[in-house]
Design a protein around this ligand. Structure first.
Ligand code: KIV
Length: 271
């Protein structure tokens, strides 16, 4: 990586430019200052303080118990060493069930947690909230496909968009969220051909997790790439096992996302 690129801060504008230039966006979750320092130094573009912290840090079964205060606590720690990457923070379960609540939560996450972009799960139902946040100057990442906060409604963590109608609805949702002002789209557990179609048809960058290699970028959960998750998901890979140190593991992840070798078919859903 050139010195210039390494030290230019990542912004909403540079993410768009990366999409236009065909440069892949490498993202990881982080919850503390030490791991974030490594990510900062190894060229990660977006660091997400995800509500996955409920599972990988707090030891809960789902992301549902996570609160805005939890995200703020971890985001403050991440902020201290997150210099170049864009700091994205999750809006936890029920922190955006109304427009007023969403504004209040985003205010906490940005003013106290120092987040630079909020991520929220949901399709059509969230269009009004995305529009309001966007008009108030809050950068938004819309998270569609598998939405872990709906785990009890879905009856488990399953690939989404496999049937034609679901696929059509997902594409339509993606466009409505973009039109409402979303700056980034995140696709979780979506068949690769559908993810490729959504990525190609949107102007905003699309980051995938279990969504195949044709997205504009990738994101994984830190604990999965370090082999700490007892039953790692199919779409992840243990980069520590292959590379020996945490620095090298994170560097290899960034390199493989950038050169398009991660994810391979093995970590993707063909249909
Ligand atoms: O909370 C999280 O870690 C996430 C990723 C799965 C993208 O939302």
């Amino acid at each position: 990586m050139s010195a210039q690129k390494k030290f230019t801060n990542v912004t909403v504008t540079s993410l768009r430019k990366m999409k236009e230039a065909g440069e892949k966006i490498a993202s990881l979750t982080s919850y503390d200052s030490s791991f974030t320092r490594v990510m900062n130094d190894e060229g990660v573009d977006i660091v997400l303080v995800g509500d996955s912290l409920g599972m990988v840090v707090q030891g809960r079964q789902t992301t549902i118990p996570v609160t805005v205060d939890n995200i703020v606590y971890h985001s403050k720690a991440v902020r201290s060493t997150c210099k170049r990457p864009l700091l994205m923070v999750d809006m936890p379960f029920m922190s955006y069930h109304s427009t007023d609540k969403a504004i209040e939560s985003a205010m906490q996450l940005m003013q106290k947690g120092h987040g630079q972009m909020v991520k929220l799960e949901g399709g059509q139902t969230e269009v009004k909230i995305v529009r309001k946040l966007s008009r108030e100057g809050v950068p938004v990442c819309a998270h569609i496909g598998l939405q872990p906060q709906l785990v009890h409604k879905l009856g488990g963590y399953k690939v989404q968009g496999r049937d034609e109608q679901q696929a059509r609805e997902m594409l339509d949702d993606a466009h409505k969220l973009q039109d409402a002002g979303a700056d980034v789209m995140l696709l979780e557990c979506v068949p690769s051909p559908l993810a490729a179609k959504i990525t190609e048809s949107l102007e905003i960058p699309v980051i995938g997790i279990g969504a195949g290699p044709q997205c504009d970028g990738q994101i994984l959960v830190l604990h999965d790439i370090l082999g700490l998750t007892p039953k790692a998901p199919k779409f992840s890979k243990d980069f520590l096992l292959e590379n020996g140190t945490i620095h090298k593991a994170i560097r290899a992840y960034v390199e493989q996302v950038k050169d398009g070798s991660f994810p391979s078919a093995e970590q993707s859903f063909a249909e």
